[in-house]
Ligand binder design. Structure first.
Ligand code: AHM
Ligand code: MG
Length: 333
């Protein structure tokens, strides 16, 4: 009797996407198809992740990606799967991936969209069976139809995202996305091979008790950040939760209320997270769910992008927590 009968029970992702499209009669359905392609790729990756331990395809391969981090096999598999799905799907002209230095040209010159993607984030968690995720962001191209994708297509800024979201491969697999009209979550039902609407119209709690930060860098943080963390610690019921897997940390805080903090550190003056395929999409999702994103001075969505793989400071969280953090940062600046 916990069933909410007002909800259409058993709405599949496909049906949901179709219905959203019907609401826009002028839409030709390319974006819908693109979202289906991403969902399909995620199902394939989900399968690979589940099999990874069995068929020994995890483990460092010995190559390094653009940022000089060691790539692991599953990252590369996810990268290949996504690229292939987007090439075959036909709706995307170019892809920027965390795993590739250059823009990947799909050859679909007449396609309208470009996608920025982190195919498998949280790579340090792959080997140890901890949650990992995919993050994606979609833009309408600004380069002329019939030509390859250009850097400018990807550097339009966070406000120009048409859709964005993530897939969390956790205790269950869930896809969460927005097209700018709220946020919806779909849980994967393995045996049916379908995503079902499980989290309609997600709203982030206005306040929260969880802070997520890598405590090992505490000494390197600026005073307002230290001060904010100390203040949180004094709150009764406050919890520190940090998986080190962005999608997992983000998703938990979105549901429960909390704040994710990646401030500047000695090593990473601009923070660690990548603007195009980590910060922008999660900022779009969180703001659509009533939460707040910031780089300390402005919404992450308003950051002017300069390069494809740039990093940015990221604060993502419940309204009240961000307000408290911003108050301290404003005084400091
Ligand atoms: P990755 O793209 O190499 O997987 O790194 C991104 C990850 C995020 O998932 C996570 O939030 C962050 O790095 C953790 O960084 P740190 O280990 O510095 O706390
Ligand atoms: Mg990443």
């Amino acid at each position: 009797n916990n069933l909410n009968l007002a909800l259409p029970v058993g709405t599949t992702l496909d049906r949901f996407i179709n219905r959203q499209q019907e609401a826009f009669p002028y839409a030709k359905g390319e974006l819908s198809q693109l979202l289906r392609d991403i969902a399909l790729a995620s199902k394939i990756i989900n399968r690979e992740i589940n099999r990874a331990g069995l068929i020994d395809i995890t483990g460092a391969l010995g190559t390094e990606n653009v940022q000089g981090e060691s790539q692991q096999k599953l990252d590369m598999i996810a990268n290949i799967r996504f690229i292939r799905a987007l090439i075959n799907g036909g709706e995307v002209v170019g892809i920027v991936s965390e795993e590739d230095d250059e823009i990947i040209q799909t050859g679909n010159l007449n396609a309208k969209y470009v996608v920025a993607i982190d195919p498998l984030d949280g790579s340090s968690n792959i080997d140890v069976n901890v949650s990992i995720g995919t993050i994606f962001s979609i833009y309408r191209r600004i380069s002329p139809i019939g030509t390859p994708a250009t850097e400018a297509d990807f550097l339009q800024g966070g406000r120009k995202q048409i859709a964005a979201g993530y897939i969390l491969y956790g205790s269950s697999t869930i896809m969460v996305y927005t097209t700018g009209k709220g946020v919806n979550g779909f849980t994967y039902e393995n045996s049916l091979g379908e995503y079902f609407l499980s989290h309609p119209d997600m709203k982030m709690p206005e306040n929260g008790k969880i802070y997520s930060v890598n405590d090992a860098y505490y000494d390197e943080f600026q005073n307002p950040i230290k001060d904010f963390i100390n203040k949180m610690r004094q709150e009764s019921g406050c919890m520190a939760r940090y998986i080190g897997s962005l999608v997992g940390d983000f998703h938990r805080n979105l549901l429960k209320g909390g704040i994710y903090i990646y401030p500047p550190t000695r090593k990473a003056k601009d923070g660690k997270l990548r603007l195009l395929y980590e910060c922008y999409p999660l900022a779009f999702v969180i703001e659509q769910a009533g939460g707040v994103s910031s780089d300390g001075t402005q919404s992450i969505l308003d950051i002017q992008p300069k390069t494809l793989h740039q990093r940015n400071i990221a604060y993502l969280g419940s309204k009240k927590l961000l307000f408290n953090l911003k108050k301290r940062l404003d005084k400091y600046h």
